[in-house]
Write a protein that binds this ligand. Sequence first.
Ligand code: ASP
Length: 445
Amino acid sequence: MSLTQKVIIAMVVGLIVGLIINIANLNTDGSFINQYFVNGFFHVVGTMFVNALKMLVVPLVLFSLICGVCGIGDIKLLGKIGSKSFALYMLTTAIAIATAIIIAAGLGIGEGINAQSNAAFTGKEAPALSQVLINIVPSNPIAAMVNGDMLSIIFFAILVGISMLMVGKKAKSLIEATELLNEVMMKMVNIVMTAAPYAVFCLLAKAIANLGLELLLQLLSYVAVLVGALLFHLFVTLQAVLKIFSRLSPIIFLKKMRNTQVFAFSTSSSNATIPVTLRTVTERLGVNNSVASFTIPFGATINMDGTAIMQGVATVFIANVYGVDLGISGYLTVILMSVLASIGTAGVPGVGLIMLSMVFAQVNLPVEGIGLILGVDRLLDMLRTAVNVSGDAVVSSVVAKSEGKLNIDIYNDPEAGVLDGDETELNLKTEKALADVVAKTHDKN
Ligand code: ASP
């Protein structure tokens, strides 16, 4: 069985177990199941796995991006890839939120509902655009890495790569060393992924056990419209973008992305999923590392189509519940604000709600209104994160194809990059051979 199949089975079993715990009410505070399973075993295994993924993000982005820049070897081309992906990211996000607003407003969701908000939500100020720009340049690159500031890390890695190219011949061994480090990190991704089926099971069982299912029913119109809009964007809009701009097959794309979507769904974090997205895009879809190493971490930070859709639907819903008429200019402000807010915020769990509070403040909607949808946000966060990473992969493939940096044979090969466990086995022969190499180099020195 391939890893993808195992992960999907684990996801389904996790959903079922979570549902049973939830519906049978076994998850009450202090109960055996709550203490030892939901907040015990499931929590520990799930969090260890998410930590392992996060552990890979910074070194992987750093090394792969330095290699990517050196691999392109042409600063103009780098600028072209950067501006193309930025334009496509903004375009898909704007389409996403516009579609969401049109669907939600067309259906008039939230009209006639007089829901009571029982959860308090306090908003956050939007970071000023100037601050977002300033933050791209890190005053301390190590601090940026410690904090996982993706845009700063990208900026620093690109500069290191360019400088290595400028040093020229002398830097050759350093470039080779970085390539090796990148390969080692990629192997580490494979190792971590072998634990995925167990971790995905735990993450889902825990998340679903903790869901307020009755709330889900109360907010049925909101949830249903949002899920519909997310699926529409994933299966129609994004695939149309892929087909129109690159003529690649959406069916192959969707099949190969399943695994990555499950990771995004289970972790609710585009950032934590970067190692998996990067692996899928390069090894399964054939995108050259010189493009993927830039577009994937960049997209995880600035491109959030699913989150934008949530903002569109939530704005219409809450405006209707509170009887506020936003008008065309109000909705245009929402679109602009959501696109801008997505640039300055990282892809981590729950950040969509924070962005929403920034948007509400702009159009004078009551920020407490977010309390209404708070209870169902966990599940929706999972779904929209899967859409977010799919958008990153579409743009990455489109940009790579347009620059002749996509290997179509890999893209079309259903077996390319499939992980079946062999890749992470260190067989005795290799071990021995490696030991010999190390011993010989030692002797020489
Ligand atoms: N969790 C989402 C992501 O990481 C962001 C959000 O919508 O809250 O992409």
